[in-house]
Design a protein around this ligand. Structure first.
Ligand code: COA
Length: 326
């Protein structure tokens, strides 16, 4: 089996900042409610850029930080719940934008677990020798599927993209991986696609209007998130034969600071161990973990040999995580 390392990261968020006060002028909410219930202070919202544009910008930064050329990339995996189109995949649009013409390209639909699922899949391709250099992207334009009149959801989400480059290496950088899903809880977070409409369906089906905006059972997701963080952190540590003391940072999916507080208490670990930037960006679904990772790199928080634990969870419901040695 080949060894795998993360050799570069990049991220991109739109320049438009939308504060909690801005939202309080649109729906019946307040900075106090949003800050205390979620930890979010502001988020970035696209003024027209679609997912592929943000993804391509994050990808170019990751390529630069890895010191490789776009043509070195032989695999592009893009996690998103908000693709530009059904066809072509957003990964293919990115490939064309960044001129990575030697790559196989596909999108994955794993909602907020998209980035960690992507890292997992890329690792398997590289370990088996099928690919040498992979570009993994998590990118979302959630603002296009949010109901801007629903205070339960519109305060939570933001837009953005993040990327990482993985490559074969002499030393192992991926120490443990976990993954899973519970489709029986899928209704807790839904954004509907096009219904079946053709000459053979009933009139009721033809007349059916679909609302694609996000519908969420926040409490169900909250419980699921706390459960999987605890369960999967313990599993990852056991697989990597290390303890929480060996981990410099836990980088969780950035959905809600109260989810992290609750998981930290149950794990018996300080909240400081968790790297959080959701006050600045809110929940950017597949992009949160990658944006946080790149934020840490930009702020020189990671040194060679540091171990970090990534843990994602979200719609599906899905979850996954990795322990990475930097
Ligand atoms: N501003 C003001 N009040 C709000 C509000 C807002 N933005 N959103 C909801 N409320 C109200 C509700 O209407 C409810 O009012 P009521 O008691 O009069 O009915 C009250 O606040 C409490 O709502 P509740 O849903 O119980 O709040 P909560 O403490 O569970 O927090 C979430 C709601 C969404 C913040 C929380 O459940 C959560 O973060 N869940 C996880 C969601 C998530 O991470 N989703 C992404 C998937 S990865």
């Amino acid at each position: 089996m080949n060894k795998v390392q993360v050799i570069g990261t990049g991220s991109y968020v739109p320049s438009k900042v939308v504060s909690n006060d801005d939202l309080s002028r649109m729906v019946d909410t307040s900075d106090e409610w949003i800050s205390s219930r979620t930890g979010i202070k502001e988020r970035r919202i696209s003024e027209g850029e679609d997912t592929s544009e943000m993804a391509s910008k994050a990808a170019m930064k990751a390529i630069e930080s890895a010191g490789i050329k776009p043509e070195d990339i032989d695999l592009i995996i893009l996690g998103t719940a908000t693709p530009d189109n059904f066809i072509p995949s957003t990964a293919c649009i990115v490939q064309s934008n960044i001129k990575a013409m030697n790559a196989m390209c596909f999108d994955i639909s794993a909602a907020c677990s998209g980035f960690v699922y992507g890292l997992d899949i890329a690792t398997q391709f590289i370990r088996t020798g099928s690919c040498k250099t992979a570009l993994v992207i998590g990118a979302e334009t959630l603002s296009k599927i949010i109901n801007w009149e629903d205070r339960n959801t519109c305060v939570l989400f933001g837009d953005g993209a993040a990327a990482a480059i993985l490559q074969t290496s002499d030393v192992e950088g991926i120490l443990a991986i976990c993954r899973g899903a519970d489709g029986s809880k899928g209704k807790a977070l839904v954004s509907s696609a096009i219904p079946v409409k053709n000459p053979y369906v009933s009139k009721e089906m033809l007349d059916k209007q679909v609302d694609a905006t996000v519908k969420m059972d926040g409490r169900e997701i909250f419980k699921f998130a706390v459960k999987v963080i605890i369960q999967e952190v313990e599993k990852l540590l056991a697989d990597a034969k290390c303890s929480l003391d060996d981990i410099k940072y836990i980088v969780p999916h950035q959905a809600n600071s109260r989810i992290i507080d609750s998981a930290a208490k149950k794990l018996g670990v300080s909240e400081e161990k968790f790297y959080l930037d959701l006050d600045k960006f809110g929940n950017t679904s597949a992009a949160t973990i990658g944006i946080a990772l790149d934020d840490m790199v930009q702020n020189n928080l990671l040194e060679h040999g540091d171990k970090i634990l990534l843990i994602g969870f979200g719609g599906g419901l899905t979850y996954g995580g990795l322990i990475i040695e930097w």
